[in-house]
Design a protein around this ligand. Structure first.
Ligand code: SF4
Ligand code: SF4
Length: 81
């Protein structure tokens, strides 16, 4: 299953990732506030994430990391020898 991580201290709460997520599973955290006074983005239901990476691509502050499993069985593929 893909995993999405938000770096709270980089997030400025612009909601671009909230808007772009096709699964609508990103929201601004109502209860959290970072040291700049912004409510950071959080995942509301990680089980629905497709790993599309749109949230990563749209974030202007590099606050999002998307980890996708390549190959589906945890194997790492090495293109070389
Ligand atoms: S990777 Fe795609 S589906 Fe998952 S949280 Fe980001 S935008 Fe939404
Ligand atoms: S796009 Fe980036 S800065 Fe904007 S709310 Fe999402 S994680 Fe925060």
């Amino acid at each position: 299953m893909p995993q999405v991580f938000f770096e709270n201290e980089r997030c400025k709460g612009c909601e671009l990732c909230v808007t772009v997520c096709p699964k609508k599973i990103i929201a601004l955290s109502a209860g959290e506030i970072n040291s700049f006074g912004f409510h950071p983005a959080v995942l509301t239901d990680g089980t629905k994430c497709t790993g599309c990476g749109f949230c990563f691509l749209v974030c202007p502050d590099l606050a999002v990391t998307v980890v996708r499993e390549e190959g589906g069985n945890g194997e790492s593929t090495d293109e070389g020898e």
